[in-house]
Design a protein around this ligand. Structure first.
Ligand code: FE
Length: 229
């Protein structure tokens, strides 16, 4: 079995929020799709360990915000590599509430979908939640981010709890100056691309990054990085 075949599946990049009674959380998800058109339903696959999973099971509601290509890695890192059990991820994020009363993340989102859960399917490590769309709207004309764009252009990787996580996730092509990999979250610093979101120009070698530079995804410092083999 060549698991690289699975890396060819197309996905998007979304923030799924859920909760009730003042307890809310959001997380990055890449596995979401429309199931039927009439009635309009969608499905998401969420790891059982994630706080969001707990909140969906309790509230039976969730909101999906579809992220744009311009979404900064720090924003993805906040929702993808930190746990809502430890930080209030929604604290400083632009959001509103609608039909489901679940926070709708507006920042970096091109559209959103509000869902009431109808069914769930136990899939071992993950649960697939299927629900009716109770409201949805478009927020901007920006291009939605695909998972391929996140991996290739932004240097992003899957956290261990993602349905698509693989120990053999391919690294970006080796360059003359070495790539460095974050040992915490798997983010790859590619000197050709630099880290423009954080003021690091393309062409900056890892060795030349300021000591104050931290992983744009999880916030780990330079010492947590290893040269890519
Ligand atoms: Fe990191």
């Amino acid at each position: 079995m060549n698991r690289a075949a699975l890396h060819k599946i197309s996905y998007g990049l979304y923030i799924v929020t859920s909760g009730q009674d003042g307890k809310f959380n959001g997380q990055i998800a890449n596995s979401m799709f429309q199931v039927t058109s009439d009635p309009a339903t969608v499905a998401i696959s969420i790891n059982k360990q994630n706080y969001t999973s707990e909140l969906i099971k309790l509230s039976r509601k969730f909101v999906v915000s579809i992220l744009s290509e311009e979404t900064p890695m720090t924003f993805i890192g906040l929702f993808g590599f930190k746990s809502g059990r430890e930080v209030n991820k929604l604290q400083n994020v632009k959001a509103k509430t609608g039909a489901t009363k679940v926070p709708i993340v507006l920042e970096n989102a091109v559209s959103y979908i509000e869902v009431e859960v109808e069914k769930e399917l136990d899939c071992g490590t993950h649960t697939i939640f299927i629900g009716n769309i109770v409201d949805c709207d478009v927020l901007s004309d920006a291009v939605p981010m695909t998972y391929a764009y996140y991996q290739k252009v932004k240097g992003g990787r899957s956290p261990k709890t993602a349905p698509t996580y693989s120990k053999e996730e391919p690294a970006t092509a080796p360059q003359a100056a070495s790539n460095y990999v974050c040992s915490v979250c798997g983010y790859v610093y590619d000197p050709v691309k630099g880290d423009p979101d954080n003021g690091i120009a393309p062409g900056t070698k890892f060795e030349d990054l300021p000591d104050s530079w931290t992983c744009p995804v999880c916030g780990a410092d330079k010492s947590k990085f290893e040269k890519e083999k």
